[in-house]
Write a protein that binds this ligand. Sequence first.
Ligand SMILES: [Zn+2]
Length: 342
Amino acid sequence: MPFRDCIGHQQSIAFLQSAVTHERLAHAYLFHGEDAVGKRLTAVRLAQALNCERPPETQGLDSCGACRSCRQIEARTHPDFFIIEPDPEQATRQIKIEQVRDIEHQIMYRPLIGERKICLIDDADRMTIGAANALLKTLEEPPAHSLFLVISSRPAALPATIRSRCQALRFTTPARTQVEAALILQRELPPADARFLAIVSEGRIGEALTADVKDTLARQQELVSLVRPQSLQSIGSILSSAETIAKTDRGQDMLVWLARWIRDLVLLQIEGDRDQILNLDDLATLETYAQKADTDALLDLLHEIELTEQRATRHLNLQMALEVILLRLRDAVTASPVPQST
Ligand SMILES: [Zn+2]
């Protein structure tokens, strides 16, 4: 498939196309930027464009997406295209030195079909020190026919020696309207669902394109029922909700939804852009709360949720954390703190 699949990266693509046109393509690029914004997809499309057997007659370099070479690259069976990535089966998710050595060995030989041997290294910041050193040796003296596409969402975690051998291209998060348009076009979603997923994914288009709409909406509904006035009214109901959620594996997910909902509330209070509101279905409740809620307390609560999420990677009593957060939310959305009964 051609570059038009890559949503929101016209500048990076134009830069690469121009480098090819002017015969100035570097031997190594570092594609960096947030997770799931389209770095890997752009790298694959570049590999296809460089090898396409029937390139379209467009202005810049592009691929047809249909020829044997394009299909082989998509299927990862092209003899001149390699991908190194962490083994998903492994708990540590590292890229090992053996993986780099294997490819290095292959890269030394001339390309079998096209003009270049292309190696894509995804999640490159997960290379072990050994793997990074092995790659560095190749990057110091890359074979003339080689192209390395190094991808990372945590470029600071890469050795500086590797970064300095690559031309860096920053991939920014696509605009929400671009994500929405892609969802409507590629997934044929109704506009309301596309809007919803686009906001939830915060521009991580890879996530938006694969997310289960029904499942995501169900999570939102669960949150909405957790924060409706009837639920927040009674401390007993708050405690039992916290207990129920903590027993499932959705506890941390619930914190994320809770933060999104509180952000909506704050947005309404400060009369911000309503187009940014996620929980449109719950607008009536949000507006009622917004009239009397304490903005400072809500902002503190957002900070508290963030801290809880960070701690959650370590041992954390999620039930207790949820209880505290929900009780504080209850206080924040009522005019004056409700005296707690013992
Ligand atoms: Zn092609």
